[in-house]
Ligand binder design. Structure first.
Ligand SMILES: *Cc1c(COP(=O)(O)O)cnc(C)c1O
Length: 385
């Protein structure tokens, strides 16, 4: 690497921050209870509504994505309550761990990593636990690159039970369609450092009227994560109960404006294209994609390397030396896969670049790959779509 600050961050979060957003975050600090701060908070919450597909204002917390997951748990469940977690990987497991830690009664539907949860599968499981107060789902399972069929899964839950549908959308909201109201999603959460093109530090929770009723009356005590207090402060004074992450909010407003300017449908179409390009390139190198086409996420792609003769962790080190950061596997997939993040501030040429780096790095390592095979395949898709 010639320039130490010039590298390609291709992990599924944190993701690259656009210069426009970076500049917006450099604004001088303001009083957090000022009218300017209130206007900023109001603008952000209003601009977030179409991203979630809701008519209600989402609330914004200062915290990483997991604070939104924990908020969703402690505001909907209380002692003695039963909950269902559908786990398709590391982030489904995280919901389960949070619920377990609080001592609520947990039922986990474990799906093999790399697969999506099918509605039929959930339908059988949910009927076993009619008392469940909430069902926790993951939209994009970042550890594998699966995009779960959330509208169908939500419908399945509602067919059989009154349980709330709570969804972790951290690694895809802003990059894929989300119609909370239409799909009857009760809670959808996201974080700032994935498809929203911001640094880490913001957690966003959108909830339905039905969910807000549960949240208001839930017995489980919580202080910083008490969502009801966020909603009341927002409605009454357009502010937050605690100091908001002002600079990140400036960035959020700018990032949401960028998404508006490009157009929501265009943003979704771009991510669809990035998924296709990545997969075409990987296939052209004879590498193995972890997830089948119909469940592959537009935001992250996993490549299985466990059967290859080369070591994936050495490969990642060599990629880094060439200026490209790709992610490894989580938990038992460490050393078995690598992952390419392609969400947010990412275009076709970024994918061509990472594919070029992959074929080049493998070639350097003595792996028999044809230079140009992956980039050619991706460029052919670019001409096609
Ligand atoms: C990144 C991510 C989170 C949040 O992780 P933090 O490190 O707390 O920001 C939660 N769920 C999914 C699916 C994620 O990809």
């Amino acid at each position: 690497m010639v320039f130490q600050d010039k590298f390609h961050l291709r992990i599924p979060g944190p993701t690259p921050v656009p210069p426009r957003v970076q500049q917006a975050m450099a604004k001088p600090m303001i009083g957090h209870r000022s009218n300017i701060a209130s206007k900023l908070i109001q603008d952000c919450t209003n601009q977030l509504k179409p991203i979630f597909g809701t008519s209600l204002q989402p609330v914004i917390l200062a915290g990483s994505g997991t604070s939104a997951l924990e908020a969703a748990v402690v505001n909907t469940l209380s002692e003695g309550d039963e909950a269902i977690v559908v786990s398709t990987g590391a982030f489904g497991d995280r919901f389960a761990k949070i619920i377990q830690k609080y001592g609520f009664n947990l039922h986990v539907l474990d799906i093999p990593w790399g697969k999506a949860c099918e509605p039929d599968n959930l339908s059988v499981f949910i009927q076993k636990y009619p008392q469940a107060k909430a069902v926790f789902l993951t939209y994009c399972e970042t550890s594998t690159g699966v995009l779960n069929p959330i509208p169908e899964l939500a419908q399945t839950v509602h067919q059989h039970s009154d349980a709330l549908v709570v969804v972790d959308g951290v690694s895809c909201i802003g990059a894929v369609p989300c119609q909370m109201d239409e799909w009857n999603i009760d809670i959808m959460v996201t974080g700032s450092q994935k498809a929203l093109m911001l640094p880490p530090g913001l957690a966003i929770v959108a909830a339905s009227e039905r969910a807000w009723k549960t949240i208001e009356s839930n017995d489980q005590p919580s202080f910083y994560l008490d969502l009801d207090s966020y909603r009341k402060k927002l409605e009454q004074q357009a502010t937050t109960p605690f100091t908001p992450a002002v600079s990140l909010l400036y960035g959020l407003k700018e990032a949401l404006s960028m998404i508006e300017e490009e157009g929501y449908e265009q943003v979704f179409a771009r991510h669809e294209r990035l998924r296709k390009l990545t997969r075409a390139g990987i296939r052209a190198l004879g590498l193995t994609l972890m997830v089948e086409n119909r469940h592959a996420s537009p935001t992250v792609t996993s490549i299985v390397t466990s059967h290859e003769k080369w070591d994936v962790e050495s490969f990642r080190k060599n990629m880094q030396a060439n200026g490209f950061i790709v992610a490894g596997g989580q938990q038992h997939l460490k050393g078995e896969i690598f992952r390419i993040g392609h969400m947010g501030y990412c275009d076709d040429w970024d994918i061509v670049a990472v594919l070029a780096a992959i074929e080049f790095t493998l070639h350097q390592m003595g792996v028999p790959v044809e230079l140009g095979a992956a980039t050619k395949a991706a460029q052919e898709v670019m001409l096609d779509v």
